[in-house]
Design a protein around this ligand. Sequence first.
Ligand code: APR
Ligand code: ZN
Ligand code: ZN
Length: 373
Amino acid sequence: MQSKIRAAVLRQLGRPVTVEQLTVADPAAGEVRVRMTAAGLCHSDLYVRDGAWARPTPVVMGHEGAGVVESVGDGVDPALVGGQVVLSWQVPCGTCRACAEARPWACQQSPSFSYLRRDGSAAYTDARGQPIHSYSALATMSEATIVAEAAAVPIPDDVDPGVAALIGCCVSTGVGAVRKTAQVAAGSSVVIIGLGGVGLSCVMGAALAQAGRIVVVDRQSQKLDLALELGATHAVPAGADVDATLRALLAELPTAGADYAFEAAGRAETATLAAEALAPDGLAVMVGMPPMGARASFDVYRLVDGNRRIVGSNYGHTDPAVDFPAYAELHRAGRLPVERLIDRRLDLAEIEDAFDRLRAGTALRQVVVMPGD
Ligand code: APR
Ligand code: ZN
Ligand code: ZN
């Protein structure tokens, strides 16, 4: 087991991420050490890289990933060693009021908030002995990491590591928003705005839920095409007349609007578009995270008059221990084609190029693949 590993480090918000050799600690009680196999690049990582979200630095990047348990600390089941795990950035404590009420997604005791280990120390040190934070207490863009036991959720070993990584963020966020937050009913009409990993996962979730009409909106035609292959029924290019096109399409429905709308682009103007797309009694779910401080507006009279609702959904109301294995099983059964979301596998050293593509909006899900041993 190597204590010297390579990792993608952000030294300063807004500056390039560099690959550094770091020393990773051994797992303490209640922790596991994971040899990473794959890490997905999520738009949230770009916000951090570009400084749109304030986060502690220096930090090892990444919050979407999978790997193999290398060793465990005291009190952790040694049978986990050698098995594949998906990492979760929400780690329910199991004892707070939210956890006791079976709402683990609302737990505020998760170590993910600290970017440190439970004892307050850092998982990594650099060549000069300086401590380095772990993004969301996960640090998936590394060859090895230390996480809380509950952050490492076992799934079957035969699931592709790239697919496993995506289950850890975009799949749970998107599928969960549709199936858990909104509980989309069969036959209903759904609008999904923004078709990155999160939005396309909403599409897969809506198809699983057997929604009747699934209307998708994006700026990129190749993403609209992929969404249609994944089960969307109508594609609307985002542009100057997106409002009118969407309205005309929804006017065909008996309800003259969508039963559900999902905002997965992380922008204020598309949050407004989602709210305005609703039929009376419809539900708009804000899934995408915008830069900090973004504000959106909506027609208040229309919202109240039609009993419309707007809710937020962070991480798709995920209970990692229950939902990750369930998504893995749906994937194995061919009902959640997560592999279709991956358009590039890259080395850690190519991380800045991957951020450039994400910024340009042309990339789908890019997955950093770690060298095997
Ligand atoms: N209208 C429609 N689609 C848009 C618009 C717009 N005005 N602006 C951007 N998009 C599309 C982009 O073309 C892209 O396909 O939104 C999609 C966003 O995808 P990604 O950048 O790949 O983001 P993703 O990782 O899926 O995350 C989406 O959820 O977790 C949050 O922080 C994350 O805000 C981000 C959002
Ligand atoms: Zn993410
Ligand atoms: Zn809790």
